[in-house]
Write a protein that binds this ligand. Structure first.
Ligand code: FAD
Length: 547
C-alpha cells in the first residue's frame, strides 16, 4: 500500500489509506443512547490528526552514519524524513493512536532501512552492533502491544518492501516457504491460485495488513484457528538472523532433538534477532465444501457448554467457532436495528431474551463428508442446549465484514469514544469466573460497553476477547486510558487468565510478565536474550521485560 505522505491521520488510521468508514445511523443511535452523545460529536471530529507531520526530534545519527547505511542497502532504501520516522514510531494500539492524534512522537526511529536480502540484514546488524545502535524489526505495522516503539531511537528495519515473496511451495510435503515480510493477501492468493488449491488458513482480523514474520514472533491466531491452529501449529522451519549468528531450523514434520528451537524463536518479538524466512504447513483450499451455520442460545452458559462438548466429542473441529456474549449479541442487534423488528419479537417469545441470549457462528471445512458430520453433530449438541438454528445468512454477513470492521475505530475515536481490546486464554473451569470479573472491572466505569467473544476454542478451554468502549476524557485522554487499561489487565491476571492468548507482550504487557511466568522462568528468557543479543540492540527498551 502506498500511504499518502502527509498528516498524522495518514499514520494512525487503519488499513487502506483511501478507505474511511463512517458510523451509520444504527451505530450513532446506540452511541447516543449509551453514552448520551450529541449530534455535535459526529460533526466535529475530536483530534482528527489533520496537522501535517513535523517532528521536534532530529535524527540522532549523523550524516556519515546514514551514508554508511546507504552504502549497504542503496540510497533508495534509507529514509530519514519526518513522515517515515513518525510512521515507523508506533503500532496500532489505542495508546499509539491517541498519541498520534495529539501529535506526540517523542521517540521515533532515527532512520528507516529496507533490506533487500539476508546479506543486507547481516551487514546492518553488524553495523548496529559495532555502533551501539538499536535495531527494531518492522513488519505489517499492526502491533497492539507497543512492539514497534524505539525508546532509544535507532534503525527501524522494514521487511515489507523487498522481503515479501513466496520462495517455494512443496506440494508433496504440503508446505510453503516464504520471506518473512510477505503479507496475508499476497500469500493466500498465491496458494489459492494453484491448480489443486491451497490455503494457509491463518486469518487474523489484521490479515490484510500484517506479515508472516509478525505473526510468528507474536504467536498470533487467526479467526479459523479452531481447525487450522495458531501460527505456531503451522510453522515447520524458521531462519533467524541474530547478532551472534544465524539459526536455520529444518522442516521435519516433528522431532525429538532437544528443546524446540522453533518454539524458542516464536514469541521472541524481535528481541533475539530478525526472522527472515519461514516454512509453513498448508492445507487444501475447497471453498465449495464449506458449511456455514449459526445459532442463538438462551444463555451464555448453555452456549459455552455446547462449545466445550463439541470440542471434546471427537467429532472433528469446526474451522470458525465463534460465540458472542450477551452484551456483544445485544450490541450487534441494536446497531443493525434488529431489536426493533418483528423477528426479534418472535425470538423473545421463544425465550431468547436480551441480556441473556448469545449468537454463535460456525463454519466447517474439509471433505464434504467431514464438514457435513461436523455441522450435524454440533447442531445436535446446540439443540440439546436450547439453541435455535439461524441458518447460514448471519455467518455469511459476518464474514463479509470480518476485516473491514477494524476501520470503525477511527470514526469512533473521532466521536470521542475510547475503543480498545484485551484478550486472554482460560481453561473451561475458569471461563465464567474470568469473564464475569473482568466485565465487572470494565463496568466500574460508567457508562461503558464491555463486549466479549470467544473465537479460538480448544478441548481444554478457550480465549476470551474483550472489546471495551467508553467516553474519552477529553482533557486527559492518555492517563485516563492507561489507568483504565491497567485495571482490566490486572483483573485478567488476578482471576487466572493468561496475560495474552495471541496479541503478545511487547512493551505494553511487559510489567505484568514476571508475575505471569515467575522470576525463574523470566531469568531463563533473559539468559537467552543475553546469548542472542549481548549488546542489547534488538528491539530494546522493555519488550518482553527482557531489559
Ligand atoms: C485491527 C487489528 C486486528 C488484529 N487482529 C488480530 C488477530 O485476529 N489475531 C492476532 O493474532 N493478532 C491480531 N492483531 C495484532 C497484530 O496484527 C498481530 O500481532 C500481528 O501478528 C503483527 O504482525 P505485523 O506483521 O503487523 O507485525 P508488526 O506490528 O510490524 O510487529 C510486531 C512485533 O513483531 C516484531 N517483528 C515483526 N516482524 C519481525 C521479523 N520478521 N523478525 C523479528 N521480529 C519481527 C516487531 O519488532 C514487533 O515487536 C490485530 C491488530 C489490529 C490492529
Amino acid at each position: 500500500v502506498n500511504i499518502p505522505r502527509k498528516n498524522f491521520r495518514s499514520v494512525f488510521k487503519w488499513g487502506d489509506p483511501n478507505h474511511e468508514e463512517i458510523l451509520d445511523s444504527g451505530i450513532r443511535r446506540v452511541l447516543k443512547e449509551v453514552f448520551g452523545l450529541s449530534d455535535d460529536c459526529f460533526s466535529q471530529p475530536f483530534l482528527a490528526g489533520e496537522r501535517q507531520i513535523s517532528l521536534n526530534k532530529a535524527s540522532a545519527l549523523a550524516a556519515p552514519a546514514i551514508a554508511e547505511l546507504r552504502e549497504i542497502v542503496g540510497p533508495e532504501n534509507v529514509e530519514t524524513d519526518d513522515f517515515s520516522r513518525a510512521y515507523h514510531a508506533y503500532g496500532k494500539t489505542y495508546f499509539d493512536v491517541i498519541r498520534l492524534r495529539l501529535g506526540m512522537v517523542d521517540t521515533p526511529p532515527d532512520v528507516i532501512v529496507y533490506p533487500r536480502s539476508d546479506q543486507d540484514i547481516h551487514q546492518i546488524m553488524s553495523w548496529c552492533s559495532n555502533n551501539g545502535v538499536p535495531l527494531v524489526p518492522f513488519g505489517g505495522h499492526s502491533s497492539v502491544t507497543r512492539g514497534l516503539e524505539c525508546p532509544h531511537g535507532g534503525v527501524s528495519l522494514d521487511l515489507t518492501r523487498h522481503l515479501n515473496q513466496v520462495i517455494s511451495v512443496n506440494e508433496t510435503n504440503s508446505t510453503v516457504r516464504v520471506q518473512a515480510g510477505i503479507g496475508g493477501p499476497r500469500l493466500e492468493q498465491y496458494l489459492n491460485a494453484f491448480e489443486s488449491g491451497y490455503t494457509l488458513g491463518h486469518f487474523p482480523q489484521s490479515f490484510e495488513h500484517s506479515t508472516v514474520g509478525g505473526w510468528v514472533v507474536t504467536r498470533g491466531a487467526g479467526q479459523e484457528s479452531t481447525c487450522y491452529g495458531k501460527i505456531e501449529d503451522m510453522v515447520r522451519a524458521i531462519r533467524l538472523i541474530s547478532p551472534v549468528g544465524t539459526i536455520t531450523t529444518k522442516d521435519y514434520p516433528a522431532m525429538s532433538i532437544g528443546p524446540d528451537l522453533n518454539n524458542m524463536i516464536m514469541g521472541s518479538e524481535g528481541t533475539f534477532g530478525v526472522v527472515t524466512e519461514v516454512t509453513l504447513r498448508i492445507r487444501a483450499y475447497r471453498p465449495q465444501n464449506v458449511r456455514y451455520f449459526s445459532f442463538i442460545f438462551p444463555t451464555f452458559e448453555q452456549a459455552i457448554q455446547t462449545m466445550r462438548l463439541a470440542m471434546q466429542a471427537e467429532i472433528g473441529h469446526p474451522a470458525m467457532f465463534r460465540l458472542s456474549d450477551p452484551e456483544e449479541t445485544d450490541f450487534s442487534f441494536r446497531i443493525k436495528g434488529y431489536d426493533r423488528k418483528i423477528d426479534d419479537r418472535l425470538l423473545r417469545l421463544m425465550g431468547y431474551h436480551p441480556r441473556k441470549r448469545c449468537l454463535m457462528y460456525v463454519t466447517a471445512k474439509g471433505d464434504p463428508d467431514f464438514s457435513n458430520l461436523v455441522e450435524r453433530k454440533i447442531s445436535k449438541l446446540a439443540r440439546q442446549n436450547g439453541a435455535f438454528a439461524l441458518g447460514s445468512k448471519p455467518v455469511l454477513t459476518w464474514l463479509e465484514q470480518r476485516f473491514s470492521s477494524a476501520y470503525l475505530r477511527d470514526p469512533l475515536m473521532d466521536a470521542g469514544i475510547m475503543v480498545d481490546t484485551l484478550e486472554t486464554a482460560v481453561t473451561w473451569d475458569n471461563l465464567i469466573n474470568v469473564w464475569d470479573h473482568v466485565r465487572q472491572t470494565i463496568k466500574k466505569r460508567s457508562p461503558a460497553v464491555a463486549m466479549v467473544h470467544l473465537s479460538h476454542i480448544y478441548e481444554t478451554g478457550a480465549n476470551l476477547y474483550f472489546t471495551f468502549l467508553a467516553t474519552m476524557d477529553r482533557d486527559n485522554p492518555i492517563d485516563d486510558f492507561l489507568q483504565f487499561q491497567a485495571s482490566i489487565i490486572q483483573s485478567i491476571q488476578q482471576h487466572g487468565g493468561a496475560l495474552s492468548h495471541h496479541h503478545g507482550i511487547g512493551r505494553m504487557m511487559a510489567p505484568w510478565l514476571e508475575q505471569e511466568l515467575g522470576p525463574d522462568a523470566l531469568a531463563a528468557l533473559r539468559a537467552l536474550k543475553k546469548h542472542f543479543d549481548p549488546h542489547n540492540i534488538m528491539n530494546p527498551g522493555g519488550t518482553l521485560h527482557l531489559d
